[in-house]
Design a binder for this molecule. Structure first.
Ligand code: NDP
Length: 253
């Protein structure tokens, strides 16, 4: 995407990022802070979150908040408590990026381990739903909030072996579409991003034989991530955006 955001694109915006400890979520948090946002980092690993917050502080001289939430053990109640705690710390949320996710097992449906299946649904679908429910009141306090979920190419077209992960990403697309319709006439837009194959630890675990140098880095994707959080995308809702349009799904050659 060729997008030249203004350097103050996200000034006075408060943006929460899940999966902010690593990969695409980490890069999005650093980028949003660089463009002026106050960021709230969410992840399960306190040490990694603290390191990202420190990096933001060093690079931008702004303070990033971080909150620990382990999706494996989170439920509707703990997410509500999380939302209430956050509401005592910030007046509103202008953006939420759901980037946390896991892959599960790449194996045929007949061999998908039910426990791993449930864990993938828990991390990729259930907790994003509980958390969204808990954060909606804060999002609705913004004049123009942006809620972004992270999808995948296998969330639009099933592919052999991608079982739980693919089904969880179809569910993510569905969640986005339902929410987008429900809030179409409010100050909340809801969209998904399909990052496309990107150089992260998740990608390396899906394709250990792939040369990572052939992949885009999280940083390369940031124009779209910025555009969706800023005012330039204000009228877009209910859409799935490709961070690497035209890229053929599957291994980089
Ligand atoms: P990474 O594995 O690099 O990062 C995943 C993030 O999710 C990390 O911050 C990780 O935390 C967090 N996370 C994982 N499990 C939990 C949990 N139980 N509780 C809380 N947080 C958790 O992945 P990517 O950055 O590559 O992926 C980001 C998103 O993009 C995902 O939704 C993924 O499905 C999607 N995606 C990625 C593609 C790619 O090629 N990279 C392609 C298509 C979609 P921790 O640091 O503690 O591990």
């Amino acid at each position: 995407m060729h997008y030249q955001p203004k350097t103050d694109l996200l000034e006075n915006r408060i943006i929460l990022i899940t999966g902010a400890s690593d990969g695409i979520g980490r890069e999005a948090a650093l980028t949003y802070a660089r463009y002026g946002a106050s960021v709230i980092l969410v992840g399960r690993n306190e040490e990694k979150l603290r390191a990202v917050a420190r990096e933001i502080n060093t690079r931008t001289q702004t303070m990033a908040q971080w909150l620990v939430l382990d999706y494996d053990s989170a439920n509707a109640q703990t997410c509500q408590q999380f939302g209430q705690r956050l509401a005592s710390q910030v007046p509103r949320l202008d953006g939420v990026l759901h980037s946390a996710g896991i892959l599960g097992d790449i194996t045929p449906m007949s061999e998908q381990n039910p426990q791993v299946w449930e864990r993938v649904m828990q991390v990729n679908v259930n907790v994003p739903f509980y958390l969204t429910q808990a954060l909606l009141p804060l999002l609705l306090k913004s004049q123009a909030a942006s809620l972004v979920f992270t999808s995948s190419s296998v969330g639009r077209q099933g592919r052999a072996g991608w079982g739980a992960y693919a089904v969880s990403k179809f569910a993510t697309e569905g969640m986005m579409q339902v929410l987008a319709e429900e809030y179409r006439h409010r100050n909340l837009r809801v969209n998904t991003i399909n990052p496309g194959g990107t150089r992260t630890k998740m990608r390396a675990s899906a394709f250990p034989q792939e040369d990572p140098d052939k992949l885009k880095t999280p940083r390369d994707l940031m124009p779209l991530y910025l555009w969706l959080m800023g005012d330039d995308s204000r009228r877009k809702t209910g859409m799935c955006f490709d961070a690497q349009p035209g890229r053929k799904p599957g291994i980089a050659e």
